[in-house]
Each structure stands twice: as C-alpha cells, then as structure tokens.
Design a binder for this molecule. Sequence first.
Ligand SMILES: *Cc1c(COP(=O)(O)O)cnc(C)c1O
Length: 438
Amino acid sequence: MTKATKKKSAPRRRLGGAALFARARKALVGGVNSPVRAFKSVGGEPLFVASGAGAYLTGEDGRRYVDFCLSWGPLMFGHARREIVAAAKKALERGSTFGAATLAEVELAERIQEAFASMQLVRLTSSGTEADMSALRAARAFTGRDLVIKFAGGYHGHVDSLLVAAGSGATTLGVPDSAGVPKAFAATTIVVPFNDTAAVEAAFRKHKGKIAALIVEPIPANMGVVFPKDGFMADLRRITAREKSLLIFDEVITGFRVCYGGAQTLFGITPDLTVLGKIVGGGLPLAAYGGRRDVMSMIAPEGPAYQAGTLSGNPVAVAAGKATLDLLRKENPYARLEQLKEYLCEGLRHAAIQAGVSLQIQSVGSMFTPFFVEGPVTDYASALKADKAAYGRFFHGMLKRGVYLPPAQWEAAFVSYAHGDKELDLAVRAAREAFRAV
Ligand SMILES: *Cc1c(COP(=O)(O)O)cnc(C)c1O
C-alpha cells in the first residue's frame, strides 16, 4: 500500500456536535438557515447532516440515523433515489439556468394539471412561501379586496401578512406574531380556529365584502397532523363561493402525498387556487401555484399583478420534480406507504401504553404526529396542550438510538418508500426504551 492510499483510507475526522455548532454560530444566524433546524424546541445541539441514502441520514458525527423528518416532506422516495439524481444530473450538465422558457417547464406544468384538474393555469416558483405570497396577490388582484382569512396554527410560509397565528377572539383582527411585520400588514389577516364553521361565518359577516380569500391547509400538518371534521372543507367551499371570496388550498404538504391529486381529490373539493411545494420539486427548490384561469390571468405577463423569479422553473429543479412525479405515477406507492405508517404508529402506540405515556398519534397517509397529550387534537388550541418538554425528551431518546424525528412537537413526521420493516422495527424498539425516560 502506498502512503497516499493509506492516508485516504484513514478514518474521517468526526466533528463533535458542540464544536461544529459553535463554529456554525459564528458564521450563520443561530448556526442554521431555517430556525427549526437549531433544535431550540427540543434543546441540545442540532444534527449536522453529511449525506442521505434511502431511509438513512449520516451525520457529520459519523453516525447513521433512520430519518422520519425527511426534509419536512419532499422526499417520498427517501434520499438520493437513483432516477431523481440521474434526471437532475443530466439537466445540470445541459446548463443550470437560462432565464428563458424551456420545454421541461411546460411538461412539469402539464403533469401538475393532470394531477390537479383545478389548476387550469400554473406558475412555478422557487419556494412554497413565494407561491403562497403570490397566490394571495392573485386573489387580491382578482377580487379587489384586501383581507385574508387563515386558521390558527396554519402555516403558509413566512409571508409578512401571514405570520399571524392566533388572535385572541375567534374573529379578532390579527396582531403580528413575528417582529418586523408592520401592524398594518398583520391587520389584513383574520385568524379563526380550525374546524370552526361558525367562526368562519362570523368573520365573513363582520368583514362583509372585504375578504379576498380564505387560505387553508386542507389537512393541517404544521401544528402537527390535524384532520378536518366531516363537511368542514365543504363548508369552506360553500361559504367562500357565496361571499365571492376565493378558496385557496395550501397543499404544499398534502399535494402528491395524501394521494397523487392531493387533499382536494381526497375530499372532492375544487378550490379556486392551489399552492404546491416540497414533493413537486423532488427535493430541489421548486414550488407552484395555480388555479382558475380567470384568477391566474391576473398575473403578469397576462395581467396587472407582478410576480417574477430569476430561477423560477429552474431546469435542474424541474427535472427532479418531473422524475419524482413520474416515479409516483409508475410505482404508485400510496397503499404501501399507508401500511408502513400504520405499522409504525401501532408499534409506537403500543410502546407508549406499556410505558404509561399519554400519547395521541394522528396520521393521514404517510404522515403522522405523536402528540404527547390526552384526547384528540382538532385545532391549534388543543394542539398547544401537548407536552413539548416530553416530546423533547422522547426526541433525544430516539436520536440517541439512531432515529431522527422532526425536532419539534408541532410538526408532521413522514415515512418514505425507502423505509421497510427493518427501519420501522428499529424505531419501535428505540421508542420502547425512549418512552421510559419521558
Ligand atoms: C413548507 C410549507 C410552506 C412553505 O414552503 P417553503 O418552501 O418552506 O417556503 C407553505 N405551506 C405549507 C403548508 C408548508 O408545509
């Protein structure tokens, strides 16, 4: 063996969590580029990821973890699925960006339309936040109204006016939840409790003729997974139509996840506008909004509402998105994903009971949230009753045993098509031990 090869095969220097986090914090705000990654909610030092393959992450600490966070939703097939990597590589080799129209963008938009018949016209953007913000702009331009209704606990990206989570009364005008949001922006948002038709009616009564749109995650996932009560989505459709206000489904999480055509297909509800993200970009920065032709025609260059992006419809992201949607069509993983999720959740429920821990697991399709609470979670107020500290202890118990969950209580966890019995059994075994220390 030569000296050079000897050197190469020497074990890689492992970076300790504390040392790397300290270094990161000198360069990046809070050491991260998106706040929840900093583990503030669960405590301790964040995981720094070196690579991912299938159901596994490898940390800079050299350890392997079964991943149930999965980048917060884009990775239906787990990490680095061969076909998606190949498509992105091929696109990159043909030029990373042109700032001009490409055939592949048209093909991706056509695939989106096949899945979401309500999206008569589509616009691609680079993030879900951007798509949500632009969908609101289209709605305001079309209706000539300023106000928007959202639900407490609903997340629609970090759009200024939407960073309003909880008004005190059901229909009180919002107060800013984030510093740096002008009160006047926050005041354009009315916050009502999820699953509360009467509160929605009251908001429309109070602001008669002024509400441009109601925006909703049809199956909320950003306060943990919460399911709409029977008929709630139909109520929203009926009320918004009556009030000549637009219904916007934020399907950034549910689109292509709860089924190929998203929650709107599952519920048989046609929204006026839809926002997609995460899965549609195959793990690269890409999102989309679209809907009724007359509403979307308000957007430039067809209409007077301006919205643009240097990297919108980026060829590499479009290629990854197309490859992902093609795989979803070809492999139709939904039934198996649901089975895997059920198997895992049953195992977790059983382990929690044995350990005497109050656990309420709520799930749809391949996403789930283990709430440390008694009784069902139906809205933000009931979600907030969950024991965040208990979740933090559980999270770290799992992490120590090689299982990576979302590092916060009020989030959705996911299983992917790359997960199998081996990974799920490992997680359930870890949970049996982790629950004991909760
Ligand atoms: C993630 C998410 C967004 C924001 O998307 P980004 O790409 O993070 O900007 C918007 N809405 C919902 C429902 C989301 O889950």
